[in-house]
Design a protein around this ligand. Sequence first.
Ligand SMILES: Nc1ncnc2c1ncn2[C@@H]1O[C@H](COP(=O)(O)OP(=O)(O)OP(=O)(O)O)[C@@H](O)[C@H]1O
Ligand SMILES: Cc1cn([C@H]2C[C@H](O)[C@@H](COP(=O)(O)O)O2)c(=O)[nH]c1=O
Length: 199
Amino acid sequence: MAFVAVEGIDGSGKSTVIQLLAKLLPKVYVTKEPSDGPVGRLIKEWALKGGSVDPHVDALLFAADRIEHYKREVEPKIREGYLVISERYVESSIAYQGAAGVPIDFIKYINKLVPRPDLTVILDVDPEVAEARIRRRGHVEKYEYVQFLRRVREIYLTRAAEEGHPVVDASRSPEEVAADVAEIIHRSVIEPRGRQSLG
Ligand SMILES: Nc1ncnc2c1ncn2[C@@H]1O[C@H](COP(=O)(O)OP(=O)(O)OP(=O)(O)O)[C@@H](O)[C@H]1O
Ligand SMILES: Cc1cn([C@H]2C[C@H](O)[C@@H](COP(=O)(O)O)O2)c(=O)[nH]c1=O
């Protein structure tokens, strides 16, 4: 049916909001990156645990995982008529690997083999709020510190302005954030398709 990416810095509440979206919208299939495929597992077990020494390696691994994930899981589910919601997609690579120093043109080039989503929504929150949430959650990962997340957020917001991605204030309750995102998905993806099918 359609493909939506939900993006935002670590701790912005993506997983929490996507779980709520699955209850608010019809026929939703939820997935995420890094994926559960072989490259996604390598990323989670090696690259995100400090294994890779160059951010270009991370960028290449995330792009390879994305191609595999899209072909194996996303595309078939869209064909089956699902509204596929992915937690993270190409904008994550642009924001995180861009913040780590990889040129954005290079990131765009290695991600050319996957299509753009029908909609990308950015959950926006102050990195200090995000870091407090992450610390309350318990485990802290590779990119989860305020100075880095500030750079990531800046790239997300610059790209959102350039590409027209909606930005949602994610400092509110999960229910308020999810209601806003559901409304945006309805307005931009579900309703236009309904109109098309009416002719
Ligand atoms: N709107 C919110 N207000 C307060 N706490 C929240 C909110 N959304 C999520 N949380 C809490 O913050 C923590 C991180 O949330 P969540 O895992 O949904 O974020 P995320 O963006 O998916 O993070 P990551 O990218 O690190 O996986 C969790 O403990 C969650 O319960
Ligand atoms: C897809 C993608 C992810 N990342 C980073 C962002 C996060 O810090 C981790 C994933 O962890 P999560 O808590 O499960 O969201 O990976 C990245 O740097 N580049 C990417 O393309």
